[in-house]
Design a protein around this ligand. Structure first.
Ligand code: PHE
Length: 341
């Protein structure tokens, strides 16, 4: 019997369980009531009286050994299974596709315009979207009863004193001139609001970038060269510009800025309506009244200003044919600009 106990002891110590079935086999063989150890206990009655006590304690030892081993095997099996459930890394699998977002097309255009003007010393300025009459109209030399102040153009929030959603970012330029001394070179991008019916070409909310340069001896030639520089940088080095006489209350003289059609190279196409030119914004020399309103001496300083619609420029550049696409958040549209980041 002693040899049998020794042999079992060894078998128990060397037992390996790599799965639940093997653990269960161990339990049946060494722990359950019908186990080999159980059988040995039943055989105790055949052991000689004087040896029975010693044999009993040897068997108890064996039983404890089996139980301790069973516990160890069970815990190590559990731990291994936890590790196994963390799927091993398969380095041959294809990568999970990159789902990086992209800049909105209007942000791309705004960023590019900013970069172009920052290179020639312009800083970026921002102002409130809710404006008072002074900054949006009066300081900008809008006559008292100018039609642009009427309800059809402007979203008024309050009357007397008039508070409205700004209709252009020229209001920011007034704020800059009130707070800074010349030389001023600033670019004001931002959202503007006009009470217009929404269509393929127009929206009641859109974005502008307006620029202002005020210093001694700023001339119309400076304006023209700056616009040419911008057009070449943004639309391509062969781009030409054309200035057509126009009117804005805050500039004198004023002009519409056209660029040579970069789609058809001035051969005539739908985009330029077969004229070879497309309009991209307005500009002009800052009216002396505006400088005066902002406490800048118009005898000592002159300046030029320009403004363009970010939607319009984006539509031209990327040939987007419906302004409403910019605000619809259709991922299929937005994804097409991924590579322009
Ligand atoms: N503020 C004008 C507009 O909104 C654009 C402009 C800016 C024109 C500066 C001339 C000079 O249409």
């Amino acid at each position: 019997m002693k040899e049998k106990v020794e042999a079992l002891k060894e078998e128990i110590s060397n037992y390996v369980a790599t799965n639940k079935d093997q653990l269960e086999a161990f339990r049946l063989k060494f722990i359950s009531r019908k186990s080999v150890i159980g059988d040995l206990f039943s055989n105790l009655k055949d052991v000689a009286q004087e040896d029975r006590k010693a044999m009993g304690s040897i068997l108890n030892e064996l039983k404890n050994h089996a139980q301790g081993m069973f516990k160890d095997l069970a815990t190590s099996l559990e731990n291994n299974q936890e590790e196994a459930s963390e799927a091993p890394i398969d380095l041959t699998l294809p990568p999970v596709p990159d789902t990086l977002g992209s800049l909105h097309p209007l942000s791309i255009t705004k960023k590019r315009i900013q970069e172009i003007f920052e290179r020639i010393g312009f800083n970026i300025s921002y102002g409130p979207e809710i404006e008072d009459d002074w900054h949006n109209f009066t300081a900008l030399n809008f006559p008292e009863n100018h039609p642009a102040r009427e309800m059809q153009d402007t979203f008024f929030i309050e009357k007397d004193p008039d508070i409205a959603l700004r209709t252009h970012t020229s209001s920011v330029q007034v704020r800059v001139m009130e707070n800074d001394k010349p030389p001023i070179r600033t670019l004001s991008p931002g959202r503007v609001f006009r009470n217009e019916a929404i269509s393929v070409r127009a929206h009641c909310i859109f974005h502008q970038v307006e620029g202002l340069y005020v210093d001694r001896n700023v001339s119309f030639a400076d304006l023209k060269q700056t616009m040419l520089y911008f057009a070449k940088e943004f639309f391509g080095k062969d781009t030409k510009i054309r200035l057509r006489p126009s009117f804005f209350p805050f500039t004198e003289p004023s002009a519409e800025l056209d660029i040579s059609c970069f789609i058809c190279n001035q051969k005539g196409c739908k985009i330029c309506k077969h004229t070879g030119w497309v309009e991209i914004g307005g500009c002009g020399m800052v009216d002396p009244n505006v400088l005066q309103n902002c406490k800048i001496d118009p005898e000592a300083y002159t300046g030029f200003a320009f403004g363009m619609g970010i939607e319009r420029i984006t539509m031209l550049k990327y040939q987007v044919n419906d302004i409403r696409l910019f605000t619809e958040n259709d991922i299929r549209f937005l994804r097409q600009f991924r590579s322009f980041n």
